[in-house]
Each structure stands twice: as structure tokens, then as C-alpha cells.
Design a binder for this molecule. Structure first.
Ligand code: ATP
Ligand code: MG
Length: 214
């Protein structure tokens, strides 16, 4: 049995075509089913639904043989024990710094002010501001980051941006782009050795379905 860990939402939706290219169809819709283990048209392949942030943990400890996870989550996790053979180029967005439209970020940086930054991504944020030599107080949040600058909880946020419409709707502006984000395939290293005959063709089929970079 091969177990693939996916999170509901865009990663699940955007992984489906890649699985189809490998001849795999998921037989139930996670939006209408309450099941957390979804069968596929291949008896030896199943999908487990976990929180996006739990995908690396499932794969690291062998609860799943492989999974699909955003680069954001992977960096925060650290990636230890995970083989990362493929950038799938799905669920693309960017990690950015955003502030309220009336906050002069450049000036605060120039003045060497301490900046309060709210984020779910404390690892990425800490590294980014350390690289810039900017002093920050990091405030860990688990969601709705956009609210933090509006309520005075923080001066800035570090969050994922795709179209920018959520920022705009909340009077926030993107002031710095930290990194481009896409989702990757991660594989349990022991599983890759023990189940190589099944996993290698699957990984190769998914790889050939990934759109080229240009
Ligand atoms: P939950 O919604 O369960 O709290 P989450 O917010 O981390 O978890 P999603 O919003 O589904 O889960 O995001 C999953 C992954 O999709 C992220 O880790 C990121 O890589 C990617 N992602 C997040 N937001 C966007 C976006 N706006 N555009 C494209 N990809 C995104
Ligand atoms: Mg979400």
C-alpha cells in the first residue's frame, strides 16, 4: 500500500491532474465526504487528508509514504528526514511583508526602529529580518494575519500573497517580497528504499506531468 498525504483545498485540487497523469483517480470528494482516508482507482494507493502543516510530519514519521506540501510549510518544518524530489509548480504564490497603507515601512527600516511583525511563519520572518539587519518583535499567529496591523497588534505581517486582493480589501500594501512559493513532493526516505518498485514509477509519472518552467 502507498499512502499519499494531501491537504484539502488548493493543494488537493491542483494535485489531482498530476495524479491523473500517473493513472490515479481519487474516488471520493473531500468536500462532500467526511472520510479522512480516500480510496483511489488503484487498490494499492490511498490518499490521507491532513492539515497542510501536518503533511511533513506524516511523511517524516511514515504515517504517509509521500505528500504534497507548500515550500512555506516545508521551510518552517525544516525538512529533516524528507526526500524532496520535485517542485510540482502548483499552489504558487509568494511570501511577502505587508503593512497598513499609512505605515511608512521604508522609513521605519531606515530609522532602525523596532518593528512588530505578526505571522504564522516565524522561522521565515526571523531569517528574513535578520538578513536585513532589521530588529523585529515577532508575534506568532495561526490565521487572519491581515487583522493584526488593523487592530494595532503589529506594524507589519509576513504572509502569503497571490493576487493581493485580500491585502487590498484590508487596506494593506505589500512592501517586500521574501520568496516565491510553490508546492513540492516530499517522500519518506525509508519508504523510498523499501517500496522503491512502486514509488519510483509514481514519482516519475508525476514528474513528467509537471509543466515546464517556461
Ligand atoms: P488551514 O486552512 O487548514 O488553516 P492553511 O491555511 O495552511 O491551513 P491553505 O490555505 O489551504 O492551508 O494553504 C495550503 C498551502 O497552499 C500553503 O501552505 C501555501 O503553500 C499554499 N497557499 C496558501 N495560500 C495561497 C494562495 N493565496 N495562493 C496560492 N497558494 C497558496
Ligand atoms: Mg487557509
Amino acid at each position: 500500500m502507498i499512502t499519499l498525504a494531501l491537504s484539502k483545498g488548493r493543494i488537493f485540487e491542483e494535485t489531482l491532474p498530476l495524479l491523473a497523469a500517473a493513472g490515479i483517480q481519487v474516488l471520493e470528494d473531500p468536500d462532500s465526504s467526511r472520510k479522512l482516508i480516500l480510496p483511489t482507482n488503484q487498490d494499492a494507493v490511498r490518499v490521507v487528508l491532513v492539515r497542510a502543516t501536518d503533511v511533513p510530519t506524516y511523511v517524516e514519521y511514515g504515517g504517509a509514504d509521500l505528500g504534497v506540501v507548500g515550500r512555506d510549510v516545508l521551510i518552517e518544518h525544516g525538512g529533516a528526514g524528507l526526500y524532496q524530489p520535485l517542485d510540482l509548480r502548483i499552489a504558487t504564490c509568494r511570501m511577502s511583508v505587508a503593512v497598513r497603507d499609512d505605515f511608512d515601512y521604508e522609513n521605519a527600516v531606515r530609522q532602525g526602529s523596532r518593528i512588530r511583525v505578526a505571522t504564522k511563519y516565524t522561522g521565515i520572518a526571523r531569517q528574513h529580518f535578520a538578513d536585513k539587519g532589521v530588529h523585529v518583535d515577532l508575534i506568532k499567529l495561526y490565521g487572519s494575519m491581515e487583522l493584526a496591523p488593523l487592530t494595532g497588534l503589529a506594524d507589519a505581517i509576513v504572509d502569503l500573497v497571490s493576487t493581493g486582493s485580500t491585502l487590498k480589501a484590508n487596506r494593506l500594501v505589500e512592501v517586500e517580497r521574501i520568496m516565491d512559493i510553490s508546492s513540492r513532493l516530499v517522500v519518506n526516505q525509508a519508504a523510498l528504499k523499501l517500496k522503491r518498485d512502486a514509488l519510483k514509477p509514481l514519482i516519475d509519472a508525476i514528474a513528467s506531468a509537471v509543466p515546464s518552467s517556461d
